[in-house]
Design a protein around this ligand. Structure first.
Ligand code: GLN
Length: 193
């Protein structure tokens, strides 16, 4: 079946490449030796085992993917997915500012641009579940995860705030792991499924 990772080995990671920083994700995947393609069409979504939804502007991405006819297909992707920054917004069940519904891949509520206009972007050391060391988190007009359901597990934190979560084979991060020089989250994604 398409996008059932068990029938597709080795993995082929698709990076949604409408807009935003998809190239940085492709570089990390290349560095860790994983095959990857840019995704801009529905048939490309059928070829891949894993999907990355990068940062960008959610309103633009939505407009383009709806016009090109694969918005619903993205929302229903069955394999492992990692959404970073804007990706975490699209994957959420509920979105605030403005209010709306996301794909519901994870039962979380995410507030867009939650660090305010003054703080456009910043870098800070956070904590991640797979390492004892501080993880450099890059936030760019970042959202905040303001609610998680019981079945959703936090995997990254900045101070007391949750900046990354997992539920099943879906992972949402409010920061940009592709810009930190640490490939831990990309390895984690590829190890899923
Ligand atoms: N502010 C963007 C949005 O709301 C997300 C920012 C990002 O992905 N770097 O869509």
């Amino acid at each position: 079946m398409a996008n059932d990772p068990k029938t597709h080995y080795p993995p082929l990671v698709g990076v949604l490449a409408i807009q935003g920083d998809f190239e940085a994700h492709l570089k990390v995947l290349k560095k860790i030796g994983v095959d990857a393609i840019e995704v801009r069409t529905g048939p490309e979504l059928d070829r891949i085992t894993h999907l990355i939804i990068p940062g960008g502007e959610s309103t633009t991405i939505r407009k383009v993917a709806v016009e090109d006819g694969y918005w619903e297909k993205l929302a229903r992707f069955k394999g492992p997915v990692m959404g970073t920054c804007m990706g975490s917004i699209l994957m959420a069940s509920k979105i605030e500012c403005p209010n709306g519904d996301g794909w519901g891949m994870l039962d979380i509520t995410v507030r867009r641009n939650a660090y305010g206009r003054q703080i456009h972007s910043f870098t800070a050391n956070g904590k991640v579940e797979f390492s004892e060391n501080p993880f450099e988190m890059v936030f760019i007009r970042a959202p905040k995860i303001i609610r998680i359901a019981e079945n959703v597990h936090p995997i990254a934190w900045l101070n007391n705030e949750i900046t990354g979560v997992v539920c099943g084979n879906k992972m949402a991060l409010t920061f940009h792991p592709e810009l930190s020089g640490d490939d831990g989250f990309h390895r984690k994604l590829v190890g899923m499924g």
